[in-house]
Structures are given as structure tokens and as C-alpha cells.
Design a protein around this ligand. Sequence first.
Ligand code: NAI
Length: 255
Amino acid sequence: MTTRETASALSFAGDTVLITGTARGIGRACAVRFAERGATVVGGDRLDQSETVGACAELTGDFEPVDADVTDPAAVAALVEHAADTGRIDVVVNVAGIVAREPIETHDGEPWARSMDVNLTAPFRIVREAAPHLRETSGTIVNVSSIYGQIGAAERAGYASTKAGLDGLTRALAAELGTDGVRANAVAPGFIETPMTAPYAEDDAARERFRGLAALDRLGEPTEVASVVTFLAGDAASFVTGETVLVDGGRATVE
Ligand code: NAI
């Protein structure tokens, strides 16, 4: 991480930030937030990223879209290489994720294996490729987990398992990379309004139910996750590592 004064601890000017899942939702909000703060953001997604390019166009930093399916090891290697070609990698943010809902009796094949590939194996592979670069910069890792890594949710065996696994991966990375000054943390969002959750947000009964589960009595916005991601990635959180921060409006901890 570039050395800087405390007053500019929220600046990422001169830093390269690699983010996955930047085509929409929380990933796009993270790209915008880092670019606002001066970073060169390299964003990998399998979907078209032109809206994210547009959202970052007027900002201080840059956004460079890369076509990448994070379950493809060759694409992951190319994505990390693209970021490293800027001369450094300071931050890696694993956002790309999928959710599948399926009863346990039929919860095989697609929901289980695909969830593992996208939500857990891909972040592992990305960090494995990026680790040498992160050690050089004493960089930071932020993984986007979920409250479902900590609280149970029916019919989400694969999703919940991958997110609990991601929390474990985060702690292991903090332990292994800490001596080189690399910090690894996670955020665990509650209900955030994105294309992923649109089917629930657009259903009045479901929307009311999820709203009522949060102490703040509302759903969350992608920018509210991005703010915590940038906090954890930057010098303002310089003594925080191995932590998973709930960003859930008080859903998992408050009755
Ligand atoms: P979203 O579905 O709106 O966006 C996910 C992005 O990841 C998309 O741009 C998609 O193309 C990309 N992606 C998925 N699979 C990919 C692959 N194989 N290769 C490359 N890109 C891929 O989802 P949202 O809501 O923005 O979620 C982002 C992350 O936040 C996910 O990891 C999700 O599990 C997590 N999360 C979201 C919550 C919510 O309420 N929206 C709650 C808790 C966690």
C-alpha cells in the first residue's frame, strides 16, 4: 500500500485495485467507490461492463474492464496479469458470486458445484495468483461474504457453505500473509438491493419480510457495502485483519 498521511487514508491514488463481479450490483459500486478515490480499477466479469465504464468515466481514477469468467483458471491468470501490468497490485476485492436456492434433497450438481466454483474456489485462485504482487505492496484483500455464512438459511446449503468457507479462507490468508503486511478481511452483507436480489425486492411480501428483519427497518444499498469495503482495504483499517464485518442493518445480531 502506498505510504500516505493519515488525513489521506481514504485515498487510493496511485494504487491498482483488482475487483471481480464489476458489471453490476455490489461489484460496480465498489469499482465506482475506488475510482472516486483515485485508484486504477481493473474489473473482471463475464457480463458486459459498459455501464460500469460509464459510471467511472468522470471520476479521478480509471476503470479497465476485463472479460473474465472467474471459474476459468486461464481467465483468472489473465485478469491478474492485466492488473499486474499496471506495475503493482494493491488491493484485491472478490465480489463475483451466485446464489442458488434448492431443497437439500435435490441440492446437487449445479447449485452445489457451481456455488463452490464461483463463490469459493475463484477467490482462492485469484488470491493465489495475486499473492506475490500483494506481498510486494503490503496490499489488502477484501472478500464479499454474506450473513448466510454465519446464520442459517433454508434451501441455501451451497451458498451458506461457500460463504462460511470464504470467511475461513479470509482468516487463513490473514494468518499467512500478515508477516508481509498484507491484510485480509471480509464483509458479510445482509439484504442489499441488486440484480441478484431483485426477485425478492420486487415481491411486496418478500420485501416487507426482509425489511423487517433488519434493525434499521430497511434494505441496504450497494454503496453501503462499498463504503465498508474501501474502509477495510485502506489505511484507515491498518490494524484490522482476519475480520468479517457484518453490513446487514442489524439483522444477524439484533432481535
Ligand atoms: P449480482 O448478481 O447483482 O452481481 C454479481 C456479479 O458477479 C455479476 O456482475 C455477475 O456477472 C458476476 N459473476 C457471477 N459469476 C461470475 C463468474 N463466473 N465470472 C465472472 N463474474 C461473475 O450480485 P450482488 O448482489 O451484487 O452480489 C455481489 C456479491 O455480494 C456476491 O458474492 C453475493 O453473494 C454477495 N452478497 C450479496 C447480497 C445481496 O443481498 N445482494 C447479500 C450478501 C452477499
